[in-house]
Structures are given as C-alpha cells and as structure tokens.
Design a protein around this ligand. Structure first.
Ligand SMILES: Nc1nc2c(ncn2[C@@H]2O[C@@H]3COP(=O)(O)O[C@H]4[C@@H](O)[C@H](n5cnc6c(=O)[nH]c(N)nc65)O[C@@H]4COP(=O)(O)O[C@H]3[C@H]2O)c(=O)[nH]1
Length: 776
C-alpha cells in the first residue's frame, strides 16, 4: 500500500525562547537599579563598600549564572520532552500507517482511494489481484486503465454521487475482472482535506457474485416451487415442511393443515403396502421415483397423480429431505379412456367395434393355435332393418340395435365376444369350441340357433312391438389357417347366403361360397373395365297391349364379357351398386336409351315409349334431374317417349326427395312406372302422392297364375287398385297364354314377357318391331 508523507511539527517557538531572556533582563535591571543604593546605604566604609560591591558583583554573577543554568536546563529538558513526544507521535503514525497497510492488504475486499479526478491514491493488494494490475501501475491513473469503457459511466456516476452528497453510500457494481464478471458490493465514502473539503473518495468493494448467484437460484427455485404442479418438501422422516399453492389447490389442504404431517394424509387406500415398499426402495437406491398414484383430497374425492419424488442428500451423503412434485392427471386418464372407447367401441351399443374385434380374432387365432380347439365367427345381420329405420325413424332403429346388442350379450359366454361392425351387422366370436370340426360346428350352430330364436322374440320399441328376424353366417377356424380379415369375409359370405336362402336362417361358410366370393371379386375388377372397353349394351324387351300391339319397350342392360359371354344384370348390377360403378353405368344407360329413342325418331320409326331402369343410388344423386335433362338435350330425344322405372323401396327411401325429382322430370314430359310392385312394403298413402303413370306387377305374382289363388287375388287387387288410381297396369314376366288370358280378363292393360319376346339386341328388336308393324 502507498500513502502521502506528513509534515514534521516545528521544535521551538519564538515566545518560548523570549521568556528566559525577559526574566533575565528584568532581574538584571532591578539588580542594577536597587543593589548599589542598598549597599551604599548599608556600608559607608569605602573599603567595605568596595568589598561588598565586589561580593555583590560576584553574587550577581553567581545568581545570574545559576538562573541561567536553571533556565537553560529547563529549556533543554523541555526540548528533550518535546523531541520524545515527537518521536512517539511519529512512531504512532508509522504504526497506524502500517496497520492501515496491513488491513488494506490483508482484507479480502478490494480497498482503494481516489482523488477528485478519479486518480487512484491507494490500491490494495486484493484490488490489484482482481484487476490484474499492480498498485504501482494504477496509482495516479484512473478507472479507464482497469475496466472496459462500457462499465466506466456507472462507476464514475457512483463516485460522483458520493462526492456530491459528501456521505458514505453503498452500491452494487458489476465489472469485468480477472475472475470474469464480478458483482461488487461497493461502499464508497468521501475523503476530506485539512479544510474539510471533499478531495476524493475511498472505496471498499466486496465480491458478492456467489451470493447473487445463490440469491438468483433461490429466487428461481422459489418460482419453480410455486409452479402449476403440486410441490411438497418433507424432512427425511417424512414430515412436511413446505408446500406450494398448487398443492393446496390440488389437495384442498392449506399449508397450516399440511405442515407437520406426513404425505400419508393423501393416502387413497387404493394401493397395497407392497406398492409403497417398492417405491421407497427405489427412492433409497436410486434417489428417485416417478409414477402414477391414487391420492385422496381433503374432501374425500380421489384423483390420479403423476408423482415424482426426489431424495435430497446433505453434504454428509445422508438423505436430508424429499421433494415431491405431482400433477392431477385424472382428466387426462379419463380422456385417454374415452379416446380408447371411441376408437374401439361402438358408441351406440357400447359393443367392441370392427377394430377391436379384429384384435380379438387375432388373439383367438393364436389361442386356438396353441390349444388346437376350434373357434367360430358368427356374422349376423337383421332382416329388413332398413325398412324399420326408414318407416319408423332412426331413433327406433337405434333402439332395436341396442336391444339386439343386449340380447346377444345375454346368450354368449363371458369368454366370447360380441361386436357391432356398423349398421345392423353384428359379429360373435366364439372361442374354445371342440377339437374336431364336427363338434365345433354343432356347438356353433347351437349358439347361432339360440341367438336366432332370441332375436325372433318380439322387441318392445317404445309404443311399437316389433318382430325382427336375423340371417346368420358361421365360419369355423382352427389356428392360424386363415387371417382375421378372411374369416370375417367368410362369415359375411355365409350370412349373405342365409339372406339369399330366404332370411331368418343360418348358414355355414363352405369353400364353394369362397369360390363364388372370388368370382365376385374378379367380376368386380372386370366391371371397372366394362365401361371403358365398350362392353355394355342395351337390350330391348317389347311391351304389348290387349290388342297385341307393340306399345313400347323396356331397356335392359347387358354386359358382353370377353370371357364369360353375356352377363345378366342380376349378376353385376348389385355389384355395381356396391362399388358405386352404378353411377357412370346408369348415366351411360340413360344416354344410350335417349340416343336410341332419337335414332328411331330420326329413322321415322319412333318408339311410343321406352322404359329405363334407374338404381336407387343413381336416383339419389342431387343432380339426377340435370343428368336426365342433359341426356335428352345431347341426344335430341323426345322426353314424352322416355319412361323412368322406380322401385317401391327407392321411393320409400326418401319420399320428399323422390316427389321433388319426379315432379321436376314430369315437367320435362317424362313419365314414371313403379317396378316390382307388390314385393315391398307398399304404402297406398305415397302411391297417391306420386305422379305415377304405370304400375308393373312383379313377375313373381304372374309366375303361378292362374292356378295360385293367392297370386290371382294379388294380381287382381293390384289391377283394381291401379285402375282406381288412374294408372296403367303392366304385367311383367308373362310367359304363357293362360297368364295373359287371366290378366286380360281382369282388365290388365299391358304385358311384357317371354310369351311375346325376350329382351333383344337393338337390331333384332328392330326386326321384331317390323314384324309387329307388318301384322297390323
Ligand atoms: N323369368 C322371366 N323373366 C322375364 C320375362 N320377361 C322379362 N323378364 C326379365 O325380367 C326382368 C325385368 O326387368 P326388371 O324387373 O326391371 O329387373 C331388372 C332391373 O331391375 C335390373 N336392370 C336391368 N337393366 C338395368 C339398367 O339398365 N339399370 C338398372 N339400374 N337396373 C337394370 O336388372 C333386373 C333384371 O334384368 P333382366 O335379367 O334383364 O331381367 C328382366 C327380364 O329379362 C319372363 O317372361 N320370364
């Protein structure tokens, strides 16, 4: 440490030197004035007077010498005393200086002093260390030598403040040092000159970087502790010593209620002691545990917590505390369960859906593979479900499905599964049947039959007592011989067979069905080619009146398959409907029929009326009317020659839409025929509302005429009803003269059937027409 030199005090002052001289002068003057007069008064004898005067002179010398001695002695003594005191003062000053230097240099704080211009007057060892500059270099220099320019304004500002306010102040100053950025707690105070004027300042700077960091960490920790998660801090013995607000919110316990207790206050009672045993074992071994846990709130309600417990170890390595952090994941779990339910269960019946069923089938296949026991899939479809839905509304249909699900579940074993694939399709998965195919088939049949009977019992759907039947298809499996998807398909095919065989029955899948299935899928892919490769044709079947005159024809679609030859529509129209191909096909039929009508017209041989079949899917298209209009416009056909055939089920499907479209088409001049009349659930109410022109008696009622009494009555009734409604009646499928005679007798007006002509290609039909024209 360096410091400035003090001026030594003066030893003798002028007044102290004058005093003995004055004393001597006064004594001598008094002696001269009064001693001679006294001696002359006392001694008149001259000799005596001379002697006494001599002695008086000697006495004066002796006295003055003594006086002088005393005075000089005293003066010297005083000077010695003064010198000693000065020496002592100097010593004390040097000691103080050394003390100050020692304090400064041994202090862990950086100590410095600056003059009013900021130049260093004092620079301690610690100051030199942290700045990396020797005191000798720094003294006389200012802070620009030590710190980057950016940091200087703050330091100088603080210095100025201290000097201006003339008082000691404390600042936090962040400066760059050899230890990096350091935060100093700087106490700075003014230095004064002998007149008490501020002549600079001193500073004591303490490095508080670590403390600041700690404070920051504590601040962050405090914020973290007050997070969204419930937090609790316990002692090693489990006693809760701190909780956060989220803890109180999640558990309902305030700090006052929780502190001093253990987390056992949250125990739900849902976990075995072994659960906690394993948990604590892991915490002690690994210092950490994370997992799900049921907890109980203060109000008794339960919640699932996602909990993390961390052990805090002291410096001695022993656990001092535990920190627990948890969040309430109950709603998360519920949402997951809901997602799972939506993904794997049918929302209406709560039965497993197709996806879950497929999983279960795969598991069942694996089980069967191991056990070598058969299992079975029963595919079930409610008969005529669509009619119920259409006529009574979806809510009644839904009720039936829910009731069906309940009945199915009641008739299977716990280990079996019931699933709903959608619509009115259900699947039962039976496991662990017999080990021989025969035994398994008997068991599966028993279950299927039981179910068929159970479903045949009447359903009470609100007000409605409903009699349902079901068609069931059964496919057996053993091990992994078939995939889940194939098995489902087999059972579906068998069910389809049950439907074809008259419904309300059950069928086993057999390989010949499989062949049919494969053929079907082959046909499907071929059908995609049919349109593109011009393989479709329209055939025309004549329609006659009672006078045996040709009054029109029905356009019937044929598919000229390159390998199979002529494929009848019964084989491919349902397929086309399933695949959606019916839309382009139907459009082609319409266009082709219109083109043909126009061609006949142009040839001067106009056909009175051409009936065209329209499928439900085609008719339901929103732009169906526009399609017909376009076909008429592009061909130039006369709309009055075009008749559209609709079926009962189509009309029933959406009466309002049907009515709307029929009216629009009728305005164009098109007429309508109701095909297959009598086969569906006819409703007289709608018949009167629709702008129909013709009723076609289905050929199934014609086939056994005139012998079948029932069919005869039906045919008669239809004719009477149609006549009553002002509609023309056409009998379809007339094959014999007897049939025609019977129908004619009962006032049927028109006929179509093999008796007159089969459906013919256009050229042959033209020939036929010429024959009829020739016969007139
Ligand atoms: N046993 C017997 N059958 C007779 C007799 N007279 C006519 N038939 C057949 O009866 C069916 C009458 O047609 P449909 O009832 O409209 O029934 C049609 C119709 O629903 C549908 N279809 C035909 N062409 C088309 C079409 O272009 N579009 C649509 N959507 N469906 C069509 O395919 C069904 C079957 O058509 P086809 O096989 O041509 O069968 C035709 C016809 O060949 C007879 O005396 N005895």
């Amino acid at each position: 440490m360096k410091h400035d030199q003090a001026t030594p005090p003066s030893r003798l002052s002028a007044p102290s030197s004058l005093r003995p001289v004055v004393v001597y002068a006064v004594f001598a003057a008094l002696w001269i004035l009064f001693s001679d007069q006294l001696v002359a008064a006392l001694f008149q004898d001259p000799a005596k007077l001379t002697l006494v005067s001599t002695l008086k002179g000697w006495l004066f010398v002796a006295v003055t010498s003594l006086l002088l001695y005393g005075l000089i002695y005293r003066q010297l003594d005083l000077a010695a005393q003064l010198a000693r005191r000065e020496q002592a003062a100097l010593q004390a000053q040097a000691d103080a200086q050394r003390l100050l230097t020692e304090i400064c240099d041994n202090s862990s704080d950086a100590i410095y002093a600056k003059d009013a211009e900021g130049r260093y007057l004092l620079f301690s060892r610690e100051a030199a260390r942290v700045t990396g500059q020797a005191a000798a270099t720094v003294l006389g220099q200012d802070d620009s030598l030590l710190f980057p320019a950016a940091e200087l304004p703050a330091i100088r500002g603080n210095d100025q403040c201290v000097m201006a306010e003339n008082r000691t102040l404390t600042f936090e100053e962040t400066v760059s040092t050899v230890d990096g950025k350091v935060v100093f707690l700087s106490t700075k105070g003014p230095l004064h000159d002998s007149q008490g004027q501020v002549r600079g300042l001193f500073g004591i700077a303490r490095d508080i970087t670590a403390r600041k960091l700690l404070e920051e960490e504590q601040r962050i920790a405090a914020i973290a502790f007050e997070s969204q998660e419930g937090m609790l801090l316990t002692q090693a013995d489990g006693m809760i010593v701190r909780i956060n607000r989220a803890f109180s919110m999640l558990t309902g316990y305030s700090a006052a209620e929780a502190l001093g207790h253990t987390p056992a206050m949250l125990k739900s009672g849902r976990h075995e002691p072994a659960f906690f045993g394993a948990m604590w074992q892991q915490i002690h071994e690994h210092g950490y545990w994370q997992g799900e846990l049921w907890n109980r709130r203060k109000n008794g309600s339960l919640f699932i917590a996602w909990l993390t417990i961390s052990a805090v170890r002291g410096e001695d390595g022993h656990i001092s505390h535990f920190v627990g952090a948890f969040s309430d994941i109950t709603s998360h779990r519920e949402a997951e369960a809901e997602i799972h339910r939506l993904a794997y269960y049918d929302p209406l019946t709560q039965l497993p859906n197709r996806r879950l069923l497929q999983d279960r089938i795969r598991q069942a296949l694996a089980t069967s593979q191991r056990s070598r026991h058969y299992g079975a899939l029963i595919f079930l479809d409610l008969d005529h479900f669509k009619n119920l839905n259409d006529t009574r509304g979806h809510h009644v249909g839904d009720q039936l499905l829910v009731e069906t699900a309940l009945r199915l579940n009641r008739h299977v074993r716990e280990s079996d599964s019931v699933a709903r694939l959608g619509g009115d399709e259900f699947v039962l998965l039976l496991e662990n049947l017999g080990s021989s195919a025969q035994e398994a088939a008997v068991q599966a049949e028993q279950v299927a039959e039981k179910i068929r009977e159970a479903l045949a019992l009447p359903f009470q759907l609100g007000e409605l007592t409903f009699h349902a039947t079901a068609s069931l298809g059964i496919a057996l499996f053993l091990g992994h011989s078939e995939s889940a998807e194939s098995l489902l398909k087999y059972a579906d095919v068998a069910m389809y067979q049950a439907k074809t065989d008259g419904r309300d029955t059950l069928r086993f899948f057999d390989p010949s069905m499989q062949t049919a299935l494969e053929e079907r899928s082959q046909l499907e892919s071929d059908l995609y080619q049919a349109l593109a490769h011009d393989q479709l044709q329209l055939y025309y079947q004549a329609q006659l009146n009672n006078q045996h005159q040709l009054i029109g024809a029905e356009a019937l679609l044929r598919w000229q398959h390159p390998q199979r030859g002529l494929v009848p529509p019964g084989q491919f129209i349902p397929l086309a409907e399933e695949t959606g191909l019916i839309l382009p096909i139907g459009q082609w039929v319409l266009q082709q029929a219109c083109r043909q009508l126009a061609a006949w017209q142009q040839a001067g041989n106009a056909l009175q009326q051409l009936s065209v079949n329209v499928s439900a899917r085609q008719f339901r298209q929103p732009d169906f009317v526009a399609q017909v209009e376009a076909a008429l416009a592009s061909s130039g056909a006369n709309p009055t020659q075009l008749m559209i055939e609709l079926t009962e089920s189509m009309v029933l499907d959406d009466v309002e839409d049907t009515l709307h479209k029929m009216q629009a088409l009728r305005r164009l001049g098109i007429s309508f025929s109701l095909d297959d009349f009598g086969t569906g659930n006819s409703s007289l109410a709608y018949l009167t509302r629709l702008p129909l022109d013709e009723l076609k008696i289905d050929k199934s009622f014609i086939l056994n005429l005139p012998h079948s009494r029932n069919d005869a009555i039906i045919a008669q009734t239809i004719i009477a009803m149609a006549t009553g409604l002002g509609l023309r009646v056409l009998a379809e499928g007339v094959e014999t003269r007897a049939q025609q005679d019977f129908l004619q007798q009962h006032h049927c007006q028109a006929y179509q059937g093999f008796l007159f002509s089969r459906p013919l290609p256009q050229a042959e039909f033209d020939l036929l027409r010429r024959q009829f024209q020739a016969a007139v």
